[in-house]
Write a protein that binds this ligand. Structure first.
Ligand code: HEC
Length: 312
């Protein structure tokens, strides 16, 4: 009984605060639990914490770097913005000539989208007089974009081979042809000037992928030799060999093909390298049939070139 009396049925907090040891005894389990939980969370997240806190000391050099994409060089003189805003008769006339030469075959002389070249096309060439369904849009700058980039997967290809000035002139003419095309605004012209650097002119150097450049260097560094003649003689003597017949089939100009191959080593690494080589070298003397050869034929041709006529 005495024992029971000593035990408190409820905690008397006033007493607890007076005796720090008891106070500690009560809060200790809570602190303990919180510490353990923090600890467990920390361990559980160690790898994440690690990646968050350690900065990369060096750039990752093992990542695959894509080669450069070919870019066509472009040089254009600056164009007076006032002339773009208010073209003279000269510009419009020039635009007309260019339109007739480049566009009317599909878009029709009056721009109704009814030119003979567009009959079989799907989608049909645009009728400039209809307001619906334009992909880029019918404003001056949107048409310029169309001429710059083309409309992918349609008969409308890029006309970036025409100078910027020529393309502008075509649009000037289009506006006289189709009054539906809205007038160029100052803000639009300012935007175009920024995007295409019209008034400042443009100089973009050509760029080709490193892999292509290596092939070209390789090609240029080996002089042609007399053995070309010998090889051509050998070729004439084995005209019934299957390898020769394939060679005959896939070359437009045999001498050129042989001399292209002689100037390079890179294609000798295997049939794939060979295919790669002849497709990159547009003027290789080979024609497009080479890309259509079956695997067997390709290796017959490859063996013919490397072993029978021993190109080196
Ligand atoms: C080989 C035929 C062909 C020739 C040549 C051609 N185009 Fe097109 N063009 C098309 C076709 C097809 C479309 C429709 C594309 C579509 O609707 O997706 C089109 C669409 C367009 C459009 C509308 C783009 C839009 O926003 O929907 C414009 C503008 C245009 N052409 C301008 C020209 C100009 C200017 C020329 C000459 C420099 C030209 N085209 C030459 C076939 C041609």
């Amino acid at each position: 009984m005495q024992d029971l009396k000593d035990k408190e049925t409820e905690i008397n907090f006033r007493n607890v605060l007076k005796t720090p040891i008891r106070w500690f005894g009560i809060v200790y389990p809570y602190f303990f639990t919180v510490f353990v939980l923090f600890g467990l969370t920390f361990i559980h997240r160690l790898d994440i914490i690690h990646t968050n806190e350690t900065p990369a000391a060096l750039k990752d050099t093992t990542a695959v770097v894509e080669d450069l994409t070919p870019v066509k060089g472009e040089v254009s003189a600056g164009i007076d913005l006032a002339t773009i805003m208010k073209p003279g008769e000269k510009q419009i006339q020039k635009g007309k000539e260019l339109y007739v030469a480049n566009c009317s075959v599909c878009h029709g002389e009056k721009g109704n989208g009814d030119g003979p070249g567009g009959v079989a096309l799907q989608p049909k060439p645009r009728n400039y007089h209809s307001k619906d369904g334009w992909k880029n849009g019918n404003s001056f700058s949107q048409i310029f974009k169309t001429l710059q980039e083309g409309i992918p997967k349609t008969g409308m290809t890029s006309y970036d081979f025409l100078s910027v000035e020529d393309r502008l002139n075509i649009i000037h003419y289009l506006k006289t042809l189709a009054h539906e095309i809205p007038a160029l605004t100052d803000a639009e012209l300012k935007d175009m000037d920024q995007t295409y650097s019209l008034s400042a002119g443009r100089k973009v150097p050509s760029q080709i992928p490193v892999s292509m450049a290596v092939v070209k260097l390789d090609e240029e560094s080996k002089p042609e030799s007399d053995s070309l003649k010998k090889i051509i003689e050998i070729i004439h003597n084995n005209s019934s060999v299957p390898g020769y017949m394939l060679f005959n089939k896939v070359t437009g100009n045999k001498v050129k093909a042989i001399s292209t191959l002689m100037k390079s080593q890179s294609w000798k690494a295997g049939t794939n390298e060979f295919l790669n080589f002849v497709s990159v070298n547009r003027q290789s003397g080979f024609n497009a049939d080479v890309l259509l050869l079956s695997k067997e034929d390709l290796s017959i041709l490859y063996n013919y070139l490397t072993t029978t006529i021993k190109l080196n």
